[in-house]
Design a protein around this ligand. Structure first.
Ligand code: DHB
Length: 475
């Protein structure tokens, strides 16, 4: 009998412990503090802070799977219809901590404008926990960071009756790898392909689509970024890029894949003709000219060294001519180019790993190749291919695969900026993203931002005017 009881206990007890969630996913409005944010001009905003809220039931990495919610004083008495500005701090595909609003990025301004601000943390390439034997376990290999951000959004919806703000008006904002995350959140809403990952961490059973995505210099379409980069810049491999013969060989290997890839996207320009490698330089030229035109209108000077000529015809709008070779040289004179392969580089020519090699890596922390081309070059074996498991993870980290797929609930509104001087990824990457979204009926506000390099959360007057317009919300 005693034996039977022990057997019963030993089978029932683990079930009981497993049945008790680590975290019940319920928002506790009692745990609040009040603070003040001071701006450069001396003005202040008082706000309530709800912090360190775990947004998954099965917490894997307690350092990152939390979110913070901030409510400006203007919303203390009524916050039901206020849009939620959700900022991700992800950079370099690394882990990001939940943080508090600052005047150094758009979060301070969002509070000042009266929005509810949410800042979630998320796992990334460098998030590590200690295993039972003291070994290091990397918790954030892709798609973990994206899955965490989706879980954070689900948490907000799951608690929408008690959480401040309007979950039908969630606007995400991120820069670089964070811009890619914002684009992924916007493109992949509610797509069941992420469900197994979300279920594993005990994400709330709710929807994760968003209303609008703000993407500054998104480093995305990672599996095609190398070919796009070499296609745009390969002609300057010797001068001014200064590549060695091995690097030139790799560049020459990558560059020809861009034209067929571009063709396969089947993207249409506004004039109804297809955007191809043959007309792409002219398309970039159009965006560069528009960028210069806007800068001129704001009183900025366009340097002669940019290869841009401004021709005044009396009182008419000035004509702007762009010499694209000169313009690209101007970009590169600002910051030297990445060496090939720009993204999937580990072990191809050197052991140096990119942020992307790391984020697709193994749970033991090693970096991996994530494209067939680099895998083959790295191993000098052209029979190799990326494993189906990794192919899948690369696929679900690319927003281009989800726009117009008929399954995802893609955000209706997009604000995409890429610095006109940004060489971290080729111009075709953000342009293809914007074009695919436009082709699929999204409202897209896309520009190359004059004089900007690889950065984000600039021109906040313009950004918040856009947010006012798309949300229709007024304080
Ligand atoms: C970032 C920049 C890169 O050039 C890159 O390849 C990945 C990420 C970043 O700033 O987040």
């Amino acid at each position: 009998m005693r034996k039977i009881i022990i057997i019963m206990l030993s089978t029932v007890l683990p079930m009981l412990t497993r049945a008790v969630p680590v975290n019940d996913l319920r928002f506790n409005p009692e745990k609040v503090t009040e603070r003040t944010l001071e701006f450069q001009d001396g003005s202040t905003v008082r706000y309530r802070a709800y912090e360190n809220i775990f947004y998954v039931a099965n917490i894997v990495d307690s350092a990152y799977q939390t979110l913070n919610i901030y409510v400006p004083e203007s919303a203390y008495n009524n916050n039901r219809n206020i849009p939620i500005f959700l900022k991700t701090n992800v950079g370099g595909y690394m882990a990001a901590k939940a943080s508090s609003p600052t005047t150094r990025d758009a979060t301070g301004r969002a509070l000042q404008e009266g929005y509810i601000v949410v800042i979630p943390g998320s796992r990334g390439s460098n998030s590590v926990i200690k295993g039972e034997g003291g070994e290091e376990i990397y918790t954030g290999r892709a798609p973990a960071g994206l899955v965490d951000l989706k879980a954070a959004i689900r948490y907000l919806r799951y608690n929408k009756e008690v959480i401040p703000g309007d979950t039908d008006k969630i606007i995400t904002d991120g820069t670089s790898a964070g811009g890619a995350m914002s684009a992924l959140l916007g493109a992949t809403g509610n797509n069941p392909v992420y469900d197994s990952y979300l279920n594993e961490i005990g994400a709330a059973d709710d929807q994760d689509h968003i209303f609008a995505a703000v993407c500054f210099c998104p480093i995305t379409d990672l599996d095609h970024a190398d070919m796009a980069y070499e296609w745009l810049y390969g002609w300057m491999n010797i001068q001014p890029r200064g590549l060695n013969p091995y690097q030139v060989e790799v560049s020459d290997e990558l560059q020809p894949s861009f034209a067929p890839y571009q063709k396969s996207l089947n993207l249409m320009k506004p004039d109804g003709t297809q955007l191809t490698a043959d007309n792409y330089i002219d398309y970039i030229k159009y965006y560069v000219a528009e960028s210069a035109r806007k800068a001129l209108g704001q009183g900025e000077e366009i340097p002669v060294s940019s290869g841009i000529t401004v021709i005044y015809n009396g009182s008419q709008e000035p004509a702007i001519e762009v010499d694209m070779d000169k313009y690209l040289e101007y970009v590169v004179s600002n910051k030297s180019l990445k060496t090939p392969p720009a993204f999937d580089k580990v072990n191809v020519l050197t052991p140096e790993a990119s942020p992307e090699n790391r984020v697709f890596g193994d749970s033991n922390g090693s970096a991996v190749n994530f494209t067939d081309t680099s895998l083959r070059l790295a191993n000098d074996d052209f029979s190799l291919s990326i494993s189906p498991e990794l192919v899948h993870r690369v696929h679900i980290m690319n927003p281009m695969n989800f726009i117009g797929d008929g399954v995802s609930k893609t955000a209706s509104h997009w604000y995409i900026r890429h610095g006109a001087l940004d060489r971290d990824t080729a111009f075709q990457i953000p342009i293809n993203l914007a074009t695919k979204l436009e082709n699929n009926g999204c409202d897209v506000n896309f520009e190359l931002a004059w004089g900007r390099g690889h950065s984000g959360d600039y021109d906040l007057d313009e950004l918040f005017a856009w947010i006012r317009e798309i949300t229709g919300w007024r304080r």
